[in-house]
Write a protein that binds this ligand. Structure first.
Ligand code: 25A
Ligand code: L14
Length: 340
């Protein structure tokens, strides 16, 4: 069967994630007919390279989507809330990377290695949500364990790169570090405190229950993707002075016994996972190795000595690639091959 060629739009094309989406489309064998790039009026008229050609960035409007089959959005929650319904109404399927639609019961929340079947639900609103970066890499690593032994409870602490906040935060870490080592003054603009040589236990806004928005995304999205509301999740999300690559200390209590060896064997055969775990030779996942590639790296896998059915592990992935752009493009590829 010959695959139908589709028209794709990237909304937020000039941002950190949008740029990577364009690169992912270029690297993939996506059946592309045409590519349109959209951003705010600020960027309209700029040209970006795609497969050796210049593509002009258009200003996003409600009438931008005529003839578009799939629109991949990464322009922030407000833009998605405002424009995704108009895009869906004009007949295209939206794959949205913002937090706007993720917990809407009529919008599937998809990680292709974990719940690809959920994509079928896109027909309700014409929108598929791409999960939060920290959640994606955690569920890619936990899914094989969940399928085998069930999960009672997850306790996770994240070590998140500044690139998640966008280009301006990458600049803030760079400029702040340079100022520090030159004994110069630096006034932070993006984060409430200095990020250079520091850790901030604060990602997204604080909520009434004392958790941050990012922490509650990990709680709620994990349950939605694994389709199991009984899983107890608690998270502490921390911004660290790393440019690219999120790391996570994940503690999981399984329902049934599962040895570390059995978990390792499951992970070695799991899609999207690469086991990097040879402590005797100082081999474990690191942000600098997670960055720039698409696998979720898992290491430091060991039995939790404090409870009966516990495992500890360290999970690393590229937050802009698998945590955002790669996952969204994988969803678009499944849409193209199985649904459109
Ligand atoms: O609301 P959320 O969901 O919490 O998301 C907030 C931000 O997080 C990023 C993304 O930033 C988003 O804006 N983000 C979202 N999901 C993410 C994820 N899973 C994520 N990051 C990581 N992982 P970003 O910088 O990556 O991308 C922003 C893009 O969105 C375009 N955009 C913004 N408003 C828009 C819009 N497009 C259409 N309509 C709108 N109303 C934005 O394009 C960019 O492509 P732009 O034209 O507004 O900006 C182009 C360049 O201008 C610089 N810039 C940005 N803000 C300002 C600015 N310059 C001056 N003043 C500013 N206030 C940037 O350097 C940008 O490259
Ligand atoms: O919900 O690191 O996709 O500031 C976007 C911003 C995740 C965190 C999302 C960051 C968020 C990200």
């Amino acid at each position: 069967m010959t695959q139908k060629k589709l028209n794709v739009a990237v909304v937020g094309a000039t941002g950190a994630v949008g740029n990577q989406m364009i690169a992912c489309l270029e690297e993939s064998d996506f059946p592309l007919n045409g590519l349109r790039l959209m951003a705010s009026a600020r960027s309209a008229g700029r040209r970006l390279r795609f497969k050796g050609n210049d593509v002009e960035v258009e200003e996003l409007t409600e009438s931008s989507f005529k003839g578009v089959d799939i629109a991949i959005f990464s322009a922030g929650g407000g833009t998605s809330r405002r424009f995704a319904p108009a895009a869906a109404k004009s007949g295209c399927v939206v794959v949205d990377n913002s937090s706007a639609w993720r917990m809407d019961p009529d919008v599937p929340l998809v990680v292709p290695e974990v719940n690809p079947h959920a994509i079928a639900g896109y027909t309700k609103k014409g929108i598929i949500a791409n999960p939060n970066c920290s959640t994606i890499q955690m569920v890619v690593a936990l899914n094989p364990i969940y399928r085998k032994a069930g999960i009672k409870r997850i306790v996770v602490a994240t070590y998140q790169a500044v690139s998640g906040t966008g280009k301006k935060a990458v600049d803030e870490l760079f400029d702040g570090t340079r100022a520090m080592i030159n004994f110069l003054d630096y006034k932070e603009k993006v984060y409430p405190h200095r990020i250079a040589f520091n850790c901030l236990p604060h990602i997204d806004k604080f909520q009434e229950n004392g958790y941050t928005g990012e922490e509650m995304k990990m709680v709620n999205e994990t349950r939605k993707i694994l389709e199991d509301d009984r899983i107890a999740v608690t998270a502490t999300t921390v911004r660290v002075p790393v440019f690219y690559g999120h790391s996570e200390a994940v503690n999981v209590e399984t329902r049934d016994p599962l040895s570390a060896e059995a978990a390792r064997a499951l992970l070695e055969n799991a899609p999207g996972v690469k086991v990097v775990d040879d402590p005797a030779n100082d081999v474990y996942p690191m942000a600098i190795d997670g960055a720039g590639q698409d696998m979720t790296l898992v290491g430091r896998l060991r039995k939790d000595i404090s409870i009966e059915n516990g495992l500890d592990m360290w999970v690393v992935a590229d937050n802009i690639r698998k945590g955002a752009a790669t996952n969204a493009v994988q969803i678009a590829q499944l849409l193209a091959s199985d649904y459109l």
